[in-house]
Design a protein around this ligand. Sequence first.
Ligand SMILES: Nc1ncnc2c1ncn2[C@@H]1O[C@H](COP(=O)(O)OP(=O)(O)OP(=O)(O)O)[C@@H](O)[C@H]1O
Ligand SMILES: [Mg+2]
Length: 324
Amino acid sequence: MKPLLEIEDLKVTFDTRHGAVTALDSVSLSVNAGETLGVVGESGCGKSITALSVMGLVPSPPGRVAGGAIRLLGEDLTKATDARMRALRGAEMAMIFQEPMTSLNPVFTIGAQIAEAIMLHQDIGADGAMKAAVELLDRVGIPSAKARARDYPHQLSGGMRQRVMIAMAVSCQPKLLIADEPTTALDVTVQAQIFDLLNEIQRDFGAAIMLITHDMGAIAEMADRVAVMYAGRVIETGTADNVLDNPRHPYTRGLIDCIPNIAKTEGELREIPGVVPPLHLLGAGCAFAARCDSADARCLREKPALRDHGAHPAACHAVEEGRI
Ligand SMILES: Nc1ncnc2c1ncn2[C@@H]1O[C@H](COP(=O)(O)OP(=O)(O)OP(=O)(O)O)[C@@H](O)[C@H]1O
Ligand SMILES: [Mg+2]
């Protein structure tokens, strides 16, 4: 079966004061119908730009899709017109963002905003759309949905606003739901509730989910498969079980070591030393080399390709050479 979404060799550049920089470099990944793909990596690795590329929302200028293809059900979105992308957004694919307040309009009630989204893509009158909006609010766990539909965004808690965003995103039953750090702004118990809701929504609506997170713990909870990103590249990919149980790339190992585990760290939160290099300073070698205990001269010289070395694919010379 063909994947629902297939990103192939995607390259995205930005014009900056340092010249053109490559934010996504040969990114390839796929999402199958009905599954959850986790996309994980630290801040600045290119997770959001990958999502925005799929939605056709990369700010341009300064951004530009400079190569590759993004196929949704076989249709290359990099070649789609703006009108076609508007028709696909909301209907076939939808995105929820980290901070729902920035995507909700403060001057309209939440019921009106969901109804509006429904009317944009469906042949349905205002009364029918409002009724559908209330049903959706109820479905995503908003208590007294009919009354709350008349609330404005600021009258809701962060968790409730994220539920509203999810209701809006699934209002037209998209085949692909992209969730970009949907719980980062929420406290831990609310995070768990939102993940539960996403799982339910997936089961009931059959949507595939691309879940973007910097948190390997969330991947372990939610994802069927995972793509680990570093400095604009996918550096390891496989089933969530394989990647979590048998991580191959040192960066993936580092992310897994950062999953809070009281027994292991004795309450201390671990992190990978160092930071993701800025895009204009990326050299010829592996972008992770400066932070990697296993790096040698070849790693500094030559970018490792994403290759299947017997197990799932990883982009690492040390793995390829059997040094780790
Ligand atoms: N408008 C822009 N102009 C120049 N560079 C940009 C622009 N938007 C993003 N970038 C660069 O693209 C890279 C990837 O950014 P992206 O937002 O995808 O990271 P991310 O993985 O989503 O990080 P975070 O976890 O912080 O959300 C970063 O290095 C960022 O600086
Ligand atoms: Mg982001």
